[in-house]
Design a protein around this ligand. Structure first.
Ligand code: ATP
Length: 295
């Protein structure tokens, strides 16, 4: 029996390993698929930056499928070191703006420039190196917490990793686990909540210290203490960086240089929080609704 059990058990382990590897491979191909959407032009040079740059969307038109336009001529600037926030109903195209800036896809018409350089004409690698992205749903590697935080800067020291984790308010949580920064996370390790994963992504971004930050806020409901924590984390991640925030909670955007209200791929209102409240339109309605639901 034992003789049969061992090989069977071994096969079970092997099966799980293979299944996991296939999952990882599948993910890799999904990523590669995205990579294939865009290609460097021959002789493309690297993006040249000296400090946080100005990002411009100039009449950007985009569709994932030719028959279904998603963005209809979007124009806005994020001045160097400032934050622009995008709000609007689900499906209005907010995350699409983030994906285009990261150049997962190329724009259909119009252009996106960084300090005057069209992102289609510089190397994709140099654009991505200049950006830190905190996605809505962070996929962690099946590795240690340390590896996941240091991923964007593998030469980081332990002190720097801990510093970033503290600023992202995830240090206490990590330190409370028996293996601390050696704890394995991901599918084969410790499962983290959406908010915790997003904090790991914030820590990664803080450590990478890129001049441009894209923050796609998680949609999951948060209690108000957590919401305040996220705001503080976001502020530390955005300090002196050119930042695009895709926001689901308006409290995250009140300090933004400009807020864009997107609806069905068009900017329907824009301005500061105070401007938009005074306008008494869509944003003011959304604000009143969120305020009343928090009471
Ligand atoms: P949410 O607030 O729910 O995250 P959003 O405003 O960020 O929504 P997007 O994710 O930008 O919306 O999506 C805009 C539209 O584009 C949606 O109608 C969506 O179905 C469509 N879309 C998104 N990704 C793809 C894709 N890969 N292929 C085809 N259509 C897509």
């Amino acid at each position: 029996m034992i003789q049969l059990y061992i090989p069977l058990n071994f096969l079970g382990v092997l099966y799980r390993e293979i299944k996991q590897s296939l999952t990882d491979l599948d993910r890799m191909f999904t990523l590669l698929e995205k990579e294939r959407e865009v290609a460097d032009t021959p002789n493309a040079s690297a993006l040249e930056l000296s400090g946080p740059p100005t990002v411009k969307f100039e009449s950007v038109v985009f569709a994932y499928e030719p028959t279904r336009p998603i963005l209809h001529g979007i124009s806005f600037d994020i001045p160097a070191g400032k934050t622009v926030a995008v709000v609007g109903p689900s499906g209005s195209g907010k995350s699409t703006l983030a994906r285009l800036l990261f150049r997962f896809y190329d724009v259909g018409l119009g252009a996106i420039t960084i300090d005057g350089q069209d992102i289609r004409h510089v190397t994709q690698g140099s654009v991505r190196r200049a950006m830190g992205i905190v996605p809505q749903d962070t996929v962690l590697f099946n590795d240690t917490v340390r590896y996941n935080i240091a991923y964007g800067r593998t030469d980081a020291t332990e002190v720097e990793v801990v510093q970033a984790a503290r600023a992202a308010h995830i240090h206490e949580f990590i330190a409370a686990t028996p293996k601390g920064y050696d704890t394995m996370v991901g599918e084969r390790g410790l499962k983290l909540s959406g908010g915790e994963k997003q904090r790991v992504a914030i820590a990664r971004t803080l450590l990478k210290n890129p001049p441009i930050v894209i923050f796609d806020e998680a949609t999951s409901a948060l209690d108000s203490a957590n919401e305040r924590a996220i705001q503080a984390e976001l502020q530390s991640a955005a300090q002196n960086k050119t930042t695009l925030v895709i926001a689901h909670r308006l409290s995250t955007v009140v300090d933004a240089h400009e807020i864009l209200v997107l609806d069905a791929g068009r900017i329907v209102e824009r301005g500061s929080h105070a401007d938009l409240l005074a306008l008494n339109g869509r944003y003011a309605q959304m604000w009143a609704l969120q305020q009343s639901s928090e009471v």
